[in-house]
Design a protein around this ligand. Structure first.
Ligand SMILES: [Mn+2]
Length: 467
């Protein structure tokens, strides 16, 4: 199954490569998250290398305005990355290549996968090849397949697709699988990524040893999480110095023996299930300077996500394309990003905004939380003590074009039949909005005065889906 799926996906990628090669100039349109930013960097590098005139536009989502902009763009080819599959029937212009991994627009008929006869559209999407776009390949990965079809020596861009996949949390089982694994193999063969088994807490390069354990979550470590003094005692009892001269050491500065001692101590505090989940693959970007975000795929992706959320996707793309000044600009963004999220999380908890219904829980942040971060806050509530893990959480925030909805659920609910992508799309359409996404993370935009009706519709569908 996977073999033929791979061939179909690569066939579509070849058709896309032909279209890019043939185009006089290209408009690249991409999504503002880490996956979209790395996808844009890959597409832009491909155009650079082909000597093709191109410009890049980042979109938060594909709104009517975005579709209009694409339809009226003067470039003969528009290459849409990490977006577009949900809107296949919305475009009216010829000359469109879509490299995306979101669930495709159902109104389009099967068999229209590549080189569409009526719209001249090339659609490269894992779902059309029988694969799961939420775990097997990301938008950057699909874009990378086109890069490789344009020129086999473009494997030096594979590491960006690894970062993109990590940004979309496609490594949540502890390692990248399927097509992502193939792409990872390209990056390893190229020498730009090295793989190791390690403790999968966040911040291996940029956090101090204490911060690494203190703020590491998913899983959080009993006795160590949120307790810096206890973390310091642990390292001291294991004879692991916190500093090297005057500089603080990070997790990746530890010797193998030190890492083993610290890892054993951490694992001994976890339940067997959490301990298993805490160990997995980590991906080091060999060209990234040690002690920077650019050295670790997860930290790299987090940096790019912060860029996107604060209207700086272009800066993120410049980082991906090797611009050293861009990193300093992004750092300032990241600081404000963290402050924003932690104050938003505290606000939701203090005001007791989360309300429970029978099958769902929800909160309305109004204008108090930026629409670009409300989904993160919802996810953090689910993973912490702010919400109930057994039901999906629906969050509202005010946006320019209506009420922005973010829905998140624990992965275990997907195993019981929950598909938030379907829930958001169907419930939004029922109230005159639109939505979509993935099984455990999806979103919608709805008319602001229809929130109650929307929640009723969501609850009905969720109740029917979960067994
Ligand atoms: Mn994506």
């Amino acid at each position: 199954m996977q073999g033929s799926g791979t061939a179909r996906l690569e066939g579509a990628a070849s058709a896309a490569a032909e279209a890019v090669r043939a185009a006089g100039s290209v408009l690249i349109v991409s999504h503002i998250d880490a996956d979209g930013i790395t996808a844009a960097a890959i597409a832009s590098s491909v155009c650079d290398r082909l000597g093709k005139e191109h410009r890049v536009v980042f979109l938060k989502k594909l709104s009517e305005e975005g579709i209009g902009m694409i339809d009226s763009a003067p470039e003969p080819l528009v290459w849409i990355c990490d977006l577009g599959s949900g809107y296949l029937s919305a475009f009216s212009r010829p000359g469109i290549v879509i490299t995306d991994h979101h669930v495709p627009d159902g109104s389009r008929k099967a068999g229209q996968m590549s080189l569409d006869s009526f719209s001249d559209m090339v659609h490269v999407n894992p779902h059309d090849a029988g694969m799961d776009g939420s775990t097997e390949i990301s938008g950057a990965g699909v874009t990378y397949l086109v890069a490789k079809a344009v020129d086999p020596s473009n494997t030096d861009l594979a590491y960006l697709a690894v970062v993109g996949a990590c940004g979309d949390v496609q490594d949540s089982e502890g390692r990248l699988v399927s097509m992502n694994r193939e792409i990872l193999n390209d990056a390893v063969a190229d020498g730009s990524v090295s793989v190791s088994e390690d403790l999968r807490l966040f911040g291996r390069e940029t956090r101090t040893l204490i911060q690494f354990l203190q703020f590491g979550s998913d899983p959080s470590v009993p006795g160590l999480s949120e307790n810096g003094a206890e973390c310091a005692r642990l390292y001291s009892s294991l004879d692991i110095p916190l500093k090297d001269g005057r500089r603080s050491r990070c997790w990746n500065d530890l010797t193998p023996a030190e890492k083993e001692r610290a890892t054993d101590a951490v694992l001994s505090r976890l339940s067997p299930e959490d301990a298993e989940r805490a160990i997995g693959e980590t991906y080091t970007i060999t060209g990234g300077r040690p002690h920077t975000e650019l050295r670790d795929a997860k930290e790299y992706a987090t940096l790019l996500n912060a860029c996107g959320r604060y209207g700086d996707a272009e800066v993120g793309m410049r980082i991906c394309m090797g611009d050293a000044d861009a990193l300093a600009a992004a750092k300032d963004r990241r600081t404000s990003h963290k402050q924003n999220i932690s104050s938003a999380l505290a606000m939701v908890k203090e005001k007791g905004l989360v309300k429970r219904r029978r099958f769902i829980q929800w909160f309305d942040a109004g204008s108090e939380i930026q629409e670009t971060v409300v989904g993160i806050v919802a996810g953090m509530l689910l993973n912490g003590d702010g919400a109930d893990r057994d039901m999906p959480i629906i969050a509202f925030a005010d946006a320019d074009d209506g009420a922005k909805v973010s829905a998140r659920a624990d992965r275990s609910l997907a195993g019981r039949g929950l598909d938030l992508s379907f829930v958001m799309r169907t419930a939004a359409e029922a109230v005159g909005g639109y939505g979509g996404g993935h099984s455990v993370a999806a979103g919608a935009t709805i008319p602001p005065d229809r929130k109650e009706d929307f929640l009723d519709a969501v609850e009905d569908i969720v109740a029917a889906q979960i067994i």
